[in-house]
Design a protein around this ligand. Structure first.
Ligand code: NAD
Ligand code: UGA
Length: 465
């Protein structure tokens, strides 16, 4: 087996950046180059100030500090990196289509196709091309067809190697992956390619955690894994609504069912609704694929996971409005958290965006504090919805850096992200700052009901009456 000396990754995002940093860190003999067409993003990856990296992940800046410009490079020289590499990972974004056939459901593969065409144009030696992005089942066929029909007579082996890291724990997930999945052809050259990629992961993972399958099983497994995870969150969230009406406590129910080893205890935390760039996108994609094969019952089954998630976000906002005497007009509501989960600066599809939108429709004044999300991102998220003008968004929603001062004269606080620091705040001081009754709506089940009630708050927690 030919030794891998150079790897290139196209796409320096939340997956490409951390994944390649860990590979570089664990494989000192391999030169890893991460390329992107976005010059700003590459500049941020190369910034001397490691607090300015475009992706915040615990443990990431330490790895970058030890490997950057040694065997880890970030660059916009896409063609050069492709030409030199033995293995090319494609890790570009695959958002939901916003136009044409499959609009609102299918994955938009235009960035993938551009990458394939670019590889075909530039490559002069044999390459292993790895799908790292999450793709609909059978996409490898399209990539293969582009590479074989416009290539320079070089041999391409296409592998599917979906990524299972979760944001906020990316480095740990990569270093201690439950499994790595590698899909490829069963031909002798396909097998060789799968083994070459396996050898990279074997630098730090036991061989029995590296699963090899055919390409289609690998592509589909990624969508199915996300669908199953999201389904657990929607399932427990559906029960949270019932708990609020019945004096049952959703945490107690989750614990009781989670003790059954067939169910398991993970991913049963009820919340204001799942966010993130992938759960919704990947389930919609699964729904689209199922319905395009005429499997309508299958499509409807999975679509319900999204419907329940939308309901949960809406329910949280509606509860705030009805509890605040059916009007939030002109009322100051402080949002603790904007990121879709703790320990990340990513806000894509964050529940906070939709809750804010619903409250702004009722003319609330929103003050947002998040320890890692910038003001620019928060306004970009609101503007993207197109519900109101950018000027209105800036007038009605303010972003602050002092979470305690933000609560002065506030009618309510809504906890939208489970940042640990919120637990350490001086809640007595916050209580004194606020108008009375002082309402707290805990969308993350972060704070203790009895303690908060004893302090005087009107405290509402998802999944508890
Ligand atoms: P991202 O938007 O953070 O990064 C994608 C990057 O690709 C961007 O910086 C963009 O500029 C770049 N890009 C797009 N087209 C390009 C081109 N032709 N040439 C060079 N660069 C190009 O996206 P992400 O979150 O890293 O996700 C990437 C893929 O990984 C998606 O398919 C996603 O579903 C999947 N995934 C994401 C996660 C996650 O936690 N974010 C986890 C597992 C899988
Ligand atoms: C998820 C999967 O966990 C990863 O395995 C996958 O690689 C990734 O999607 C992807 O393909 O992008 P991520 O979205 O980064 O990772 O984060 P999760 O920890 O899965 O959380 C997703 C959302 O569900 C968050 O909003 C989180 O707060 C919410 N959640 C999660 C709950 O509300 N309750 C839970 O019990 C777990």
């Amino acid at each position: 087996m030919k030794k891998t000396t150079k790897i290139c990754c196209i796409g320096a995002g939340y997956v490409g950046g951390p994944t390649m940093s860990v590979i570089a860190n664990q494989c000192p003999e391999i030169q890893v180059t991460v390329v992107d067409i976005n010059q700003d993003r590459i500049n941020q990856w190369n910034d001397e100030d490691l607090d300015k990296l475009p992706v915040y992940e615990p443990g990431l800046k330490e790895i970058i500090a030890s490997n950057r410009n040694k065997n880890l490079f970030f660059s916009t020289e896409v063609d050069k990196a492709i030409e030199e590499a033995d293995i090319i990972f494609i890790s570009v974004n695959t958002p939901t289509k916003t136009y044409g056939k499959g609009k609102g459901q299918a994955a938009d593969l235009k960035f993938i196709e551009l990458c394939a065409r670019n590889i075909a144009k530039v490559a002069k030696t044999d390459k292993i091309v790895v799908e790292k992005s999450t793709l609909p089942v059978r996409t490898a066929g399209a990539i293969k067809s582009i590479l074989e029909n416009t290539g320079n007579g070089v041999n391409f082996e296409i592998l599917s190697n979906p990524e299972f890291l979760a944001e906020g724990t990316a480095v740990d997930d990569l270093l201690n992956a439950d499994r790595v999945l590698i899909g490829g052809d069963d031909t002798p050259t396909g097998q060789k390619a799968k083994d070459t990629l396996s050898a990279i992961y074997e630098h730090w993972l036991p061989k029995d955690r590296i699963l090899q399958t055919n390409v289609w099983s690998s592509e589909l497994s990624k969508l199915v894994a996300n669908a199953f995870l999201a389904q657990r969150v929607s399932s427990i969230n559906s029960i949270s609504a019932l708990c609020e009406r019945t004096d049952a406590n959703v945490a107690e129910v989750a614990r009781a069912i989670g003790y059954d080893s067939r169910i398991g205890s993970k991913f049963l935390n009820s919340s204001v609704g799942f966010g993130g760039s992938c759960f919704q996108k990947d389930i919609l994609n699964l729904v689209y694929i199922a319905s395009s094969f005429g499997l309508q019952e299958v499509a409807d089954y999975w679509e319900q996971v999204i419907i329940m998630n939308d309901y949960q976000k809406r329910r949280f906002a509606e509860n705030i409005i009805s509890t605040l005497y059916n009007t939030v007009s002109g009322k100051k509501i402080v949002f603790y958290g904007w990121a879709f989960k703790k320990d990340t600066n990513d806000t894509r599809e964050s529940a906070a965006i939709y809750v804010a939108d619903a409250l702004l429709e009722e003319r609330a004044e929103i003050i947002v504090y998040d320890p890692k999300v910038s003001e620019k991102t928060i306004y970009a998220d609101m503007d993207y919805l197109n519900t109101r003008t950018p000027e209105e968004n800036r007038r009605l929603l303010k972003v602050v850096k002092d979470p305690i001062k933000a609560t002065e004269e506030a009618h309510a606080i809504a906890i939208l992200t489970e940042w640990d620091e919120f637990k350490t705040y001086d809640w007595d001081k916050i209580y004194n700052n606020m108008l009375k009754p002082a309402f707290v709506f805990d969308g993350r089940r972060l704070l203790d009901s009895e303690t908060m009630t004893a302090k005087g708050f009107e405290f509402y927690k998802i999944g508890q009456s």
